[in-house]
Design a protein around this ligand. Structure first.
Ligand SMILES: Nc1ncnc2c1ncn2[C@@H]1O[C@H](COP(=O)(O)OP(=O)(O)O)[C@@H](O)[C@H]1O
Ligand SMILES: [Mg+2]
Length: 291
């Protein structure tokens, strides 16, 4: 069984679905509610584990009630928590999310800044691939320095707070549209990629919701469109995309096949409510995408 190391944010998401987002300070009834694993790294871990990979999640969780619930949920997804850090007097990250009938969402997140020093005694050679989000840069760089000479796929989920230093440790950097915009200051994917990507040694990609994924090769911008589906909940779609993408890279699939697969897996997620709890299991994959 392949082994993947994931480092970054984990949280507990409380997700309500409603017809319309609340407008006034009143009492409202929701149509349904989900308690789900959240946070980029933890969401991606769920996707990877459901695809049949052994996932080792390195993340910081508080020794509190929310942390206990989160821990149980992660364990029930068969995610290995040997490298998870349980910290006293640290508040586990929690989000309250409301999603309306059009998939628009309101997110209220509470996250303590994370200055926790992580363990250093891990045998990173045993992993087949690495995934990091951009939520815990200090610790990420510490780990990335240690694995610098390990030539395995290393994927970064590059959101708004990505730094120049962080990028250079990766084989593949996947920006969200928002992440690319704030990093380059350019509000256009093609222009941003043409200005930024030729100067880098890693493969740069951008995901952009229902428009799918963009990447640049030999100075040419390519787009692999998303699957055409009726999306009901896109929460965690990007995180699940990164997990599925790395899954294929680790299997030595081509860049195009890995993107197509990630688009497919994240589209299955978008058809279900509940953030990462809607990530597909192996048994749900269509034959042409079966493994
Ligand atoms: N409405 C949608 N229809 C189909 N696929 C979608 C939709 N929204 C997201 N996806 C898939 O999920 C991927 C990641 O979504 P994106 O919104 O770019 O991530 P993020 O939330 O990190 O910004 C997209 O590239 C696409 O493949
Ligand atoms: Mg994202």
């Amino acid at each position: 069984m392949r082994k993947i190391f994931v480092h970054g944010l984990s949280a507990l998401d409380l997700i309500h679905t409603v017809s319309d987002l609340p407008k006034y300070a009143e009492k409202y009834k929701s149509n349904s509610v989900y308690v789900s694993i959240g946070g980029n790294a933890a969401n991606a871990s769920v996707a990877l584990s459901r695809l049949g990979v052994k996932v080792f999640l390195s993340t910081v969780v508080g020794n509190d009630e929310i942390g206990n619930i989160l821990k149980q949920k992660l364990l029930s997804e068969n995610i290995d928590l040997s490298y998870t850090h349980y910290i006293d007097n640290f508040k586990t990250s929690i989000s309250s999310i409301i999603i309306d009938k059009n998939g628009e969402r309101l997110v209220l997140n509470n996250r303590e800044s994370n200055d926790v020093a992580i363990k250093n005694d891990i045998d990173y050679e045993m992993f087949d691939g690495f995934l990091f989000d951009s939520r815990d840069i200090k610790n990420s760089i510490k780990i990335l320095k240690q694995i610098k000479n390990i030539k395995k796929p290393k994927v970064l989920d590059a959101e708004e707070n990505t730094t120049n230093e962080l990028l250079n440790y990766f084989s593949h950097v996947v920006f969200s549209y928002q992440g690319l915009k704030s990093f380059t200051g350019i509000d256009n994917i093609e222009r941003a990629l043409k200005t930024f990507a030729p100067k880098t040694e890693f493969q740069t990609l951008v995901t952009n919701g229902e428009r799918g994924c963009y990447y640049i090769q030999d100075k040419i911008i390519e787009n692999i469109p998303a699957q055409k589906i009726k999306a009901v909940d896109t929460l965690a779609a990007g995180d699940i995309w990164h997990g599925a993408f790395l899954f294929k890279l680790v299997k030595r699939s081509s860049l195009v096949n890995s993107i197509e697969f990630a688009n497919y897996i994240s589209s299955l997620k978008c058809k279900k409510f509940g953030g990462s709890s809607g990530a597909p299991f192996l048994s749900e994959l269509k034959e042409n995408f079966a493994l």
